[in-house]
Design a protein around this ligand. Sequence first.
Ligand SMILES: [Zn+2]
Length: 190
Amino acid sequence: MTRSEIEKLANEILNKYVSRGGAHKQFNKICESENIKYREIKSNPYKFAGVFTKATNEQKYIIINSNMDNVGRKNFTIAHELGHYFLGHQLKSHVDTAINEECSNKDPIEYEADYFATCLLMPEEKVIRAVTSMLYRLNKGSCTTPFCITKSNYKIWATICKYLIERYGVSESALRYRLKTLNLINITMH
Ligand SMILES: [Zn+2]
């Protein structure tokens, strides 16, 4: 699937299940409606992140390691597993050990699930609107994008970043990746 096809699929699911707020607040509703049982277990964070699987009686499960220090990362993992389901991936005894929030996984199936998670958690149109309106308010009436983050305007970025992390329930690395690929920000400093 192409990136725009994945984005379209994620938008269809958002239209169906998420009327307002972030998708991460509707995970329970999505799982219930799709007849997926959601479970958490405590496991080694370096060996297990999550899995989408079917039992022998065809019952679908998403199982997530609750032993994750970053709530954004956990949300991304749930969205990734939902991606395997909605994208119709045929997974045989596959367990995700580490989820790549910057969508740089070489395996095309994993890449698709990562990109789906990005689109589901941070919908393109809403993100663009949120960033430009915040920029307008914080950056002396200018909302030109990409916003070049420098040392002198770092406070503006920090405010936007904090707000969006909270709103979309993602980690900073997932957010940065999304904003960079949507050409909304440009980080020139380290
Ligand atoms: Zn996966």
